[in-house]
Design a protein around this ligand. Structure first.
Ligand code: C2R
Length: 158
């Protein structure tokens, strides 16, 4: 149901966070390397066909001149979540700016640099709007997050 794509296998440490979330919530996903630069035909094919294969949200991560999320958004009717991967030369600022500044009419929901996990959570939240069982899991997840945060007070020694 969630398509996780990345420009290179070197993006995997970042994009693994999205896959981890899918597994935690029991949501089916696929993970693939597709590049707007290196395999443009595969990228176009992926963008045009993902919705016909049961994919409902695309998460696309790329670094540097990160055109992959925007190009997938150009081809696909699905919501695309863009993950700027931290780059060596410019620390991911290049990735962020390449992904976030989309022209009107072709949105990409951009998460923080390195935000693979948040991208996964956002994708699950999108699916949960039409899936009450998943919605219940998301509510429980958020409650768990709140409990962990409150528990930090106990370590403050006051
Ligand atoms: N930004 C893109 C795209 C694209 O946008 O299509 N394809 C590969 N890349 C990026 O190039 C970086 C270096 O790739 P290599 O590690 O393979 O040299 C990766 O972060 C990848 O996402």
């Amino acid at each position: 149901m969630i398509g996780i794509v990345m420009g290179s296998d070197s993006d995997l440490p970042t994009m693994q966070g999205a896959a981890d979330v899918c597994r935690e919530f029991g949501v089916a996903y696929e993970i693939r390397v597709v590049s707007a630069h290196r395999t443009p035909q595969d990228m176009a094919e992926y963008g045009m066909s993902a919705h016909t294969r049961g994919i409902r949200v695309i998460i696309a991560g790329a670094g540097g001149a990160a055109h992959l999320p925007g190009m997938l958004a150009a081809y696909s009717p699905l919501p695309v979540i863009g993950v700027p991967v931290q780059s060596k030369a410019l620390n991911g600022l290049d990735s962020l700016l390449s992904i976030v500044q989309m022209p009107a009419g072709v949105p990409v929901a951009t998460v923080a640099i390195g935000g693979g996990r948040n991208a996964g959570l956002l994708a699950v939240q999108i699916l949960a709007t039409s899936d009450p069982e998943l919605q219940t899991k998301m509510i429980a997840y958020k409650q768990g997050l709140a409990e962990q945060s409150r528990a930090k007070n106990e370590g403050l020694g006051q």
